[in-house]
Each structure stands twice: as C-alpha cells, then as structure tokens.
Design a protein around this ligand. Structure first.
Ligand SMILES: *Cc1c(COP(=O)(O)O)cnc(C)c1O
Ligand code: SF4
Length: 336
C-alpha cells in the first residue's frame, strides 16, 4: 500500500524513513544486541503478522534488554502462536458494522473511515492485525461509496479518520479526502486517530501542518502512546507543531501486560504526555484478538491501577478506562 504512495511524482522525506523501517526480525535483534535464540520464534510469529518498526523508534529502546517496554510492543514472539480461548480474528464484530467499504458506523453521530491498511509500525497487540483490509479499506476511488453513505446520513456529525493509520497517506491524499468531506454540510468535527507522530515524528511535516490549518471544521488529533519512554524530543516537537495549529491533542493507550501495567509506568506516562502537550483520553483494555493474549491485563487489575493513579494525579491527567464490546452503542467506560 505504501508502494502506491511512493509511485507518486513527489516523495516526501518521511516516506524514505518509512521505507527504511526494520521488517527483518534478525536485523532488529542485531540492532539491539539481543540473544539470537529469539530469532526462531520471531520468524514464526512474523509469518502471521509482519514485523515493522521505524528506526527512530528502535533508537528509543534499551540495548540488550529483551524486556524493554517499547520492544515488547513490536517484537514478534512465540506466545503469539497460542490459540487462547475467547480470542478471535474480529473481536469487535466490525465486519458487521460496515455501512460501505471502509466505513464503520457503530456509534451515534460518529463514523469511522478506514482510510488505509498501512501503518508505520506494526503493534503486536493490534486489534486489526487480522482485519480483512482488502475488502474493507476505502482507498483511492473506493472512498466514493463511503462518502455517499456519509452524505446520505445526516445523523453523522463527526468523521474519524482511522486505519491502519491515516498518516500513512500523503498530504495530497489527505487533502483530497477532506476536500470531498468538506462538501457534506452536516459534518461538524474531524478526528484523526494516529500513532505515526509517536513512532515517526518526521511525518508531522510542513505539508501536514498546513493541511490541519486549512480544515473547515474544528479538529481533534488522537495519538497513541503507551509508555513514557516513547516520548522523546522529536515526538514533543511533532506534538507541539500539531498543537500550534489550534487542534486539540489527546492520547489513547492500551493497557498492556509487561509494558505499562503498573502504577509508576502509568503515572509517568500521563506526566510525559502533559509535558509534550497531549491529554490522556482513553486507556483501553486489550481487545481479544488472536495472537495477543499474552498482553491481557484482567479488568479487576485495570480498575485497581485506575484507583491508584487517580489518587496521585490531577483529574485531567487520568485517562478513562475503556472496554470495547461487539454490539455496544459506544465504548464502555469502567468506573471504580
Ligand atoms: C472508538 C470508536 C469511535 C469513537 O468513540 P469515542 O468514544 O467517541 O472516542 C467511533 N467509532 C468506532 C467504530 C470506534 O471504534
Ligand atoms: S498503529 Fe494502530 S492500527 Fe497500526 S498496528 Fe499499531 S495499533 Fe494497529
């Protein structure tokens, strides 16, 4: 999918960086001086869902530490081959919520547009790791059906650009898409769900910032950060450029065993997000997607962690613990 972008006349500099991302498990292990014994299970798991991680994200990992919380999010491991009970390929029943190719309309007033299947990083816990993108992705001319469905339903006030990751698209493609959306009078807000500013901050380039500035609606960018160490100076710079356009900047995280399932990690994450200019929005319990059961944190433990961090942080730095259930009218926010 990236190839189609690269075939374009003008290649943006972040696209070179994306093309240089590490996709070979052996290379990742070598770059971090890790035990070569990890290679066999990594290759087996990568055959199901490919490894992909930008080098600038790898540079934030600790060399020689197989338990590094950033590495754990991207390194394929043997546990992914376990077929745990209750874990499936489509845990949210999204196939059933499709209004048009690439349009998910599950929640009142908000419709989610799957703009592309491509991501700058492949997160091992991703609930879309088995998503049938070929059938659902609304790319290029195929956005037409989704646009028609949005135009026909005046209850839709907000479009969420999602994926995959919408920032895998070029600025020209984003501009064309929002240009078409701008002709639909009942839209009031635009939201962008993206992990790219965190894993490939150079993507937030002048053209992207110019795109944000020209949007005809108030916009919200929701980034995805799971650990305080993901936020370095380059990421802070990307967040700052986004915020300078007047766009609201929020963050969503997934509660992940071995990554951020402890009080100190969550408190540090909220603090680091605030320092970089983003407010915590959701802390999601893991979606039960096949191959990700080793990341699961029990709901009771999630609630316990929420109580612990609420006691230490101002209310605006406490994310909402959320659970997504197939068939529900919205995300379920779990209280105390
Ligand atoms: C998460 C999600 C939304 C947005 O939910 P909010 O609670 O408004 O953040 C909308 N549509 C779908 C299909 C979603 O998964
Ligand atoms: S960036 Fe988001 S959509 Fe892409 S692999 Fe990671 S969690 Fe999944």
């Amino acid at each position: 999918m990236i190839t189609a972008e690269l075939a374009g006349r003008h290649r943006e500099s972040w696209q070179y960086e994306l093309a240089e991302a590490i996709t070979d498990p052996g290379q990742l292990l070598e770059a971090l001086a890790l035990d070569p014994a990890l290679l066999t299970p990594a290759l087996a798991a990568a055959a199901r869902f490919r490894l992909r991680v930008p080098r600038s994200f790898v540079a934030r990992m600790r060399r020689g530490d197989a338990r590094d919380p950033l590495l754990r999010q991207v390194l394929p491991i043997g546990e992914e081959l376990i077929d745990a009970e209750g874990y499936s390929g489509d845990p949210l029943g999204e196939s059933a919520a499709n209004r048009a190719p690439g349009l998910l309309h599950k929640y009142r007033g908000r419709a989610l547009l799957v703009t592309t299947g491509a991501c700058a990083v492949h997160c091992r816990y991703c609930f879309r790791r088995e998503f049938p993108y070929e059938a659902q992705v609304s790319e290029g001319g195929r956005w037409a059906g989704a646009l028609m469905a949005i135009r026909a339903d005046t209850s839709i006030e907000e479009i969420i650009l999602s994926g995959g990751d919408p920032l895998s698209l070029s600025n020209a493609r984003l501009t064309a898409l929002t240009g078409s959306l701008a002709a639909i009078p009942h839209l009031r807000r635009l939201r962008v769900h993206t992990r790219t500013p965190v894993v490939l901050p150079s993507r937030v380039d002048d053209g992207f910032v110019a795109w944000l500035r020209t949007l005809p609606w108030p916009a919200v960018v929701v980034v995805h950060t799971n650990h305080a160490r993901e936020i370095d100076n380059a990421v802070t710079g990307a967040f700052t450029r986004i915020r300078a356009t007047g766009v609201q900047l929020l963050n969503q995280s997934v509660l992940l065993a071995g990554v951020n399932d402890d009080e100190e990690a969550l408190v540090a994450l909220s603090g680091a997000l605030f320092d970089a200019g983003a407010l915590p929005y959701y802390l999601h319990l893991l979606d039960r997607v096949r191959g990700a059961s080793h990341f699961a944190v029990p709901e009771a433990r999630g609630r316990e962690l929420m109580r612990a961090i609420s006691a230490r942080l101002p209310g605006y730095l406490v994310p909402r613990l959320a659970l997504e259930e197939a068939g529900a009218a919205g995300k379920t926010v779990l209280g105390d």
